[in-house]
Design a protein around this ligand. Structure first.
Ligand code: ZN
Length: 318
């Protein structure tokens, strides 16, 4: 605006004080270009805290919404405590969702868990069975010993008796007192024989019980082994897969072994949501593979913190 006014006075001055129109015209000063107004640069705003909330949660994960929410808050606090900043904010209305997507990855995990629990049960049952088996075998051995001794004695007495009977039969019959004595002896032998027979049946029942137990144990192991084979056929191959993925506007969680594993997956993906990239220490939350991290007490490593500070600076948050 000021430049325009100065230009007008000069024209008027030329008009009144010059006697030559043409000379006057020569004095006209060319018009300056208009200067564009300066661009006002807006101070770039830090995107934090990032508002997020729980989205889809497939019930096959065996996780309640509250448990999932608590896990998210725990994962969030791992980063926030380390840097003492409010980086993330759980907010039901947030568009940024954490979705739990159930597919073969978690199905495999659950199948493995089931197999592992079954193994534990099988081992316990097998232990009980083997104890019972040993006890039965011991009882059987003792009873068998007694039985065999009885049979041996019986056979000795029987053969003596038979010899006597044969002798008297050869003589054409036994005298009356000898006959009575031998009849009494026979009765006792019959009684003993019956008792032995009862013992024999008892012993066989015990053997049956032992064999049945052995069969049951065999079936138990076979059943478990068949489940192991089924698992191997379905999921046996080694593979790398994503436990979770950050998509820019949402996160998907696919697989976790247990609660502390879930915390790592969430902390890692939330790390990506905070714009962090992978770091190269295998103990770091932001390492691309899970495994070496301290699951019981998950803390960001030096590399994690360096990466976090870097992205916070880049995003004008520090
Ligand atoms: Zn990653």
């Amino acid at each position: 605006m000021l430049k325009k006014i100065i230009f007008f006075i000069l024209i008027l001055g030329g008009l009144f004080f010059s006697d030559n129109f043409f000379t006057f015209q020569k004095k006209i000063i060319p018009i300056d270009n208009f200067k564009s107004p300066l661009f006002l640069t807006k101070k770039q705003k830090c995107f934090l805290p990032l508002h997020y909330s729980l989205g889809k949660l497939d019930n096959r994960f065996n996780l309640t919404s509250e448990e999932a929410r608590q896990a998210l808050l725990q994962a969030e606090s791992i980063w926030e405590k380390a840097i003492r900043m409010n980086l993330l904010q759980y907010d039901e209305k947030a568009n940024f969702k954490i979705n739990f997507i159930f597919d073969q990855r978690q199905e495999r995990t659950l199948a493995y868990k089931k197999l592992y629990e079954q193994l534990d049960q099988v081992q316990k049952t097998k232990g009980k069975m083997s104890k019972e088996y040993q006890e039965l075998i011991k009882r059987y051995q003792i009873k068998l010993d007694v039985y065999q001794k009885r049979v041996k004695n019986f056979n000795t007495d029987l053969s003596q008796y038979n010899q006597k009977v044969a002798y008297w039969n050869k003589e054409g019959g036994a005298p009356s007192d000898e006959y009575k004595k031998l009849q009494k002896e026979k009765k006792e032998l019959d009684k003993r024989r019956n008792k032995i027979e009862t013992k024999r049946k008892e012993l066989n029942k015990l053997i049956q019980k032992i064999n049945l137990l052995a069969q049951k144990e065999k079936k138990l192991v076979e059943n478990y082994n068949s489940n192991v084979r089924k698992y191997e056929n379905n999921y046996g191959q080694k593979c790398h897969f994503d436990q979770g993925k950050y998509f820019g506007d949402h996160i998907e969680i696919y697989q976790f072994n247990n609660y502390s594993d879930l915390i790592l997956v969430l902390a890692h993906e939330l790390g990506h949501a905070l714009q962090m990239k992978h770091v190269i220490n295998s103990h770091s939350i932001m390492y691309y593979l899970a495994g070496d991290q301290d699951f019981k007490n998950l803390q960001p490593t030096k590399e994690d913190i360096e990466e976090l500070k870097k992205v916070l600076k880049e995003n004008h948050c520090l």
